[in-house]
Write a protein that binds this ligand. Structure first.
Ligand code: WTA
Length: 632
């Protein structure tokens, strides 16, 4: 994709200017670098009021042809995928482009055999194994809509997603290894499906046949079906605006929303941003540590690299298993050139000291990336100096599940990279900062609500089954804009610095949870009458979860109540939303109209009790003192 590369600051300036002055021409040039079965007839149709956004209408394509088939002529033997297992003594697996192509086609044929058709929703609940990548691409090959559920969500969470998207087939694994734990995924899936009507078939990966419990006429072992399946499968022609995948993400309202991305626009945006932000050059090895269960894994472990014919490394384990040098070992072993991880991982590895890094040769590294939450200056410097040897451009990439790909970031080595600043918008991205009345803040050195005023190809199109929810969540707060839910500063130099969420979303280790979602889970307990959850600064996780709970009976044992609250969160959301602090309280600060004053609870959770602001308008101001007494 030679024509789309930014190689110096002049290229950036030129691309950015064109993308503002003539966005359609700008994106047409980029889109034409991809392989289309039929060219599009209308580049863009949009309004942010309904909202209605269509890119490359009339165009027909299949993203897997762009990820795989297109590279076969010139790079069939190039490595597409390297897999590093959880166990250090386990075997690394490698797939060339032609090998991956065959695996994807084989699995696509297995799915067809199970009756999967274009437009069907397929939920995928799997560990980070190569078969997970085959599963996503196999769905895309035949036009089924994949919906990956991170393998840390509980049966209830899975059921909620399956029921919301009306999924007919689930792809899972018997179990998953994560550090020194083994988790029985299939059992969790069975429990989830008990609450669902739409699931007809379950496709199961297993190491040993004998141990899996299979339900007759519903569950099938992959290995049984794959042995007869052909490794040739034509790619389904997809309209540019056909959905490619659904990914559930939390917002400020109760239930997670199914963010919908489409085939054409997502492909163009994933491919373009990968090529430029990381300045990938053949035959470099790119490693994004995110799980494919999150959007970062979708766009930068899988689609972005493959669209560019790159080699992508995926890792099943955790950074600290069997020892906290695992990342550095893998970088040395595979001579990784580009490393993309999250601030929470960096902070947890910082605690281990630099002696642990010293034995490793990290000189293959050329570019470092960060994603998921604001990276604090200390972590930025540590990452830059100890991992990058102060010699690798560091790109702090701001984006969201809803944006499909990176929006604001340093183009590695080309546009400014300042500690704790995401930097300049990528070409095609028009960010604005708004005041509370929705007025654009002009000039630099300003702070406000971060919104985007013009569509880009990777923007979400809807939330599955409920377009109004999409409108209300992203397009209603500030009319005519896409609102990110984040606050940001624009510095004197015009660089963006993300401050964090301004809505009721907590970002724990780079993962989003709505406070209402967690409260709903806790409130399921018969012993808890009400709860309020807020985020507070956490050294490793960025934000921790602080829950205030009220017992339904005066003589409940506070320790049991805390356990109960924890269990509810495990049951209804999953282990990843673990509560960090739980405080049993007798009441919550509320306005006279009954609204919980989270601002006050946040201050208490942060320990800022001398700075609570005006509490006199509360229904019962005394309640604040009681809570504080419990805290200190
Ligand atoms: C936060 C992850 C600051 C932000 C790709 C956003 C960031 C939310 C950064 C999206 C960053 C992500 N600097 N904040 N570089 N990257 N965020 O949907 O609050 O899981 O709104 O997408 O993470 O999280 P999501």
């Amino acid at each position: 994709m030679a024509g789309i590369h930014i190689r110096n600051i002049e290229d950036y300036n030129e691309a950015y200017a064109l993308s503002i002055n003539n966005p359609e021409k700008f994106w047409e040039d980029i889109a034409s670098e991809f392989q289309w079965k039929k060219p599009w007839t209308k580049t863009l149709e949009w309004n942010f009021i309904e909202p209605k956004i269509k890119w490359f209408e009339g165009g027909v394509l299949n993203i897997t042809e762009n990820c795989l088939d297109r590279h076969l002529e010139s790079a069939a033997d190039k490595l597409a995928l390297i897999w590093e297992p959880n166990e250090i003594e386990g075997s690394t697996l490698k797939y060339t482009y032609s090998g991956l192509h065959k695996e994807v086609c084989r699995m696509a044929n297995v799915l067809k055999e199970l009756g999967v058709k274009k437009g069907d929703r397929i939920c995928i609940y799997m560990p980070m194994v190569p078969e997970l990548t085959f599963a996503l691409l196999a769905c895309a090959r035949i036009g089924a809509i994949h919906c990956v559920i991170f393998a840390g969500f509980s049966a209830d969470s899975i059921a909620g997603r399956i029921n919301d998207c009306g999924c007919s087939v689930v792809i899972t694994s018997e179990s998953m290894s994560r550090g020194n734990k083994k988790i029985a995924l299939k059992t969790i899936i069975d429990e989830a499906i008990d609450q669902c009507q739409t699931v007809e078939k379950v496709l199961v990966f297993a190491d040993t046949k004998s141990t899996v419990q299979l339900k007759k006429n519903r569950d099938y072992l992959y290995i049984d079906l794959a042995s007869n399946a052909s490794d040739v499968c034509p790619a389904e022609p997809m309209d540019a605006e056909d959905p490619l995948f659904i990914l559930y993400t939390s917002g400020s309202t109760g239930k997670p929303k199914g963010v919908v991305h489409t085939c054409g626009g997502y492909m163009v945006y994933a491919g373009y941003t990968f090529a430029n932000v990381f300045q990938y050059k053949h035959p470099e090895i790119f490693w994004c540590t995110a799980d494919i269960g999150w959007v970062t894994g979708h766009t930068y472990s899988l689609y972005g690299p493959l669209l560019n014919g790159a080699t992508t490394l995926i890792f099943e384990g955790i950074p600290t298993y069997p020892a906290p040098d695992r990342f550095w070992k893998i970088i040395e072993k595979h001579k990784v050139n580009i490393f993309y991880t999250a601030p929470t991982a960096i902070r947890s590895l910082m605690c281990e000291g630099t002696e642990i890094i010293e034995p490793y040769d990290l000189s293959s590294l050329k570019v470092l990336g960060s994603v998921g939450e604001p990276i604090n200056e200390e972590a930025w410097h540590w990452y830059n100096e100890n991992i990058g040897n102060s010699d690798c451009p560091l790109t702090d990439t701001w984006w969201q599940t809803e944006t499909g790909g990176i929006m604001i970031a340093s183009i590695a080595g080309i546009t400014p990279s300042v500690p704790a600043h995401a930097g300049l918008p990528l070409p095609g991205i028009q960010p604005v900062l708004l005041d509370a009345d929705g007025k654009e803040l002009e000039g630099n050195d300003v702070e406000g609500y971060l919104a985007i005023k013009f569509p880009w190809p990777g923007i979400l199109r809807t939330t599955w089954g409920d377009h109004e929810r999409c409108r209300l969540n992203y397009f209603d707060t500030f009319k005519g804009y896409y609102f990110s839910g984040d606050g940001a500063k624009r510095t004197a130099e015009g660089l963006y610095r993300i401050i964090g969420r301004v809505d009721d979303v907590i970002n724990v280790s780079g993962h989003r949870f709505g406070t209402a979602e967690i409260e709903n889970a806790i409130n399921e307990s018969a012993h808890i009458i009400e709860s309020a959850v807020v985020g507070y600064p956490h050294d490793i996780k960025g934000q921790g979860i602080y829950a205030f709970v009220i017992a339904s009976s005066k003589d409940s044992d506070p320790e049991l109540l805390k356990k109960e609250a924890e269990e509810m969160v495990m049951k209804y959301i999953g282990k990843i939303a673990r509560l960090d602090k739980i405080q049993v309280v007798s009441g919550l600060p509320k306005t006279r109209s009954g609204k919980i004053m989270r601002r006050i609870l946040r201050k208490i959770a942060e320990g800022e009790i001398n700075n609570l602001g005006d509490t006199s308008t509360l229904l019962d101001p005394g309640v604040v003192d009681l809570i504080i007494k419990g805290v200190v």
